[in-house]
Ligand binder design. Sequence first.
Ligand code: BGC
Length: 711
Amino acid sequence: MPQTFDVEHVLANISEQDKIALLSGKTGNELWERHPLTKAGIDFWHTHPIPEFNVPSIRATDGPNGIRGTKFFAGIPAACLPCGTALGATWDRDLIYQAGELLGDECIAKGAHCWLGPTINMQRAPLGGRGFESFAEDPHLSGILAKSIILGCESKGVISTVKHFVGNDQEHERRAVDVLVTQRALREIYLRPFQIVARDAKPGALMTSYNKINGKHVVEDERMLNLIREEWKWNPLVMSDWYGTYTTIDSMKAGLDLEMPGVSRYRGKFIESAVQARLIKQSTVDARARKVLEFVKQASQVQVSEVERGRDFPEDRALNRKLCANSIVLLKNEGILPFPREIKKIALIGSHMKCPAISGGGSASLEPYYSVSLYDACREALPNAEVLYQVGAYAHKMLPVIDRLLSNAIIQFYNEPMGKERHLISTEPVSTTAFQFMDYYAPGLNRALFWATLVGDFTPDTSGIWDFGLSVFGTANLYIDDELVIDNTTSQTRGTAFFGKGTVEVLGSKELVAGTTYKVRIEFGSANTTTMKTVGMVNFGGGAASLGACLRMNREEMIENAVEAATEADYTILCTGLNKDWESEGFDRMHMDLPPGVDELISKVLKAAADKTVIVNQSGTPVTMPWADQARCIVQGWYGGNETGHGIADVLFGEVNPCAKLPLSWPVDVKHNPAYLNYASVGGRVLYGEDIYGGYRFYERTGREVLFPFG
Ligand code: BGC
């Protein structure tokens, strides 16, 4: 059994410094980046230990649909479950309980005692960047599923941190926005899932949101935090969202126990001085420290792995497949599904056919153990059929990262830029051309300012002009066979990548021959080499870059080829949609449409072969479907995790009875949604003008048609 301690004994005997240190995340060791204010190292995921009193350091980890562990770069792969809205579509509390158990087991393997999930904010409008993370637009459904996943996870001894309390329903100005909402809507809609969780699950922790509610940041709003403890009689550890603590005194008084992550920005010596000045009572410090100790004591009872490792068992794969299949919503089916097994010729069309979208972006994303494409799943289901494959239309926002066509790739780290005498500090193997160094360190590396070189062999599978796109937080240039193809160092424009800290994608191109191996090289400068102003942004440090590549193809020809294949085949599956670059933490979508060109592809394929075509859409939240009337069969595939392809195929081929139902309303047009006139922060405020009439409540009351209804 892990060692334990007596909370009151520790509290009575530790030094004041240790007591205060408990109130914020752990300070990293000397290898970590130095925080500019405190000159101490940053650690994203741990609490402060006090070894003399057997008080261990507790590890927390993201996120809602899988357990990433402590590393953004070179992380240990993980089980990727279907996204929140997909889990919501199952409406199945027993199954969701099992998902929670799997997440608990994954935490244990990653050495984590505390899971940063589930997310139970509301899909007020279809464009919310994190809409895919939460379960449903209905507070009751959301609360009941949250309770189930929490109980499943906590049955493994791992503490669940339900988030984000409350009102983080949009990404635009998420730290600043003041949510103006009536008490009734706040209670009946936005607080209700948390209240259900408080009543039925009482998880060990709660994460505050970044935003304000009616004039006050929740993290420092005594009324809001008292509601949980005094009215709901639930006493979780209250931790801030990452860099979501903004004050010393107010947040302490309001009831925020733990500022995350370390290095502390508002606690530590600021609390010491506030106590001396009698601006914070000693009893308040004691109360917060007591809660942290109680949390640490409870969390430390679960025996977690000492090293971060993966666990990828057949029974987990089976559960994940079941979760995915049970989330697939048959939006429309006029006599096409299930497919017969004796199909001789099938057309598999679409951007997502070979590149499945497994998760949305931001802190929900992770390195999966594996992922199954719909293309491969269909081949498994129809081993003898002839397959006509066509992309039809690209659907990416950023060019797809290079992985499949990349070999022998490594990244080498230096403290000197290219062109100077360099001393190699470390080398890491990589399998893709995207990396985030926010948590990478190696002995001797100057985290504040370093350089890295990625080299690898790129072997295109088709001859022609290839487009390359490079986005960076820091600076980066792309060389192919030592020729400069992209300069993203000298002139940089802010984009949406890397939580909004990256540049827009800078493009370059080169004519390449199939089967020939080219040496790709990215010369990267870390975050602080950026030429963009970083005022007002959290600098996670390290920096990041993403290189994508794609064969340039003629748009019309791509569509023509797809139409030809659909005409010729016995049946067609057209799988397309959004992905983690379109739907992500950090920004909201600009519109509800599918990527440019995709509607035209779908419409033309349907014109040629509607009676034998199934359209599969992958997105976390609704998209417009101007071709919906033309289609005989539409399937909503969400972001399905590792087993995306299998899960969808199980429904298409009749292995699984399609039992999922929409957990949110699907408007015809974004303009029809109840929050349309009041979405996004205007002058730092957002008015929840629809009041309690969110989602289906609005459509029903106003008699406004939706494309597909909730439920
Ligand atoms: C997100 C949280 C997440 C945390 C740690 C924040 O930006 O809002 O949901 O748990 O980062 O990654």
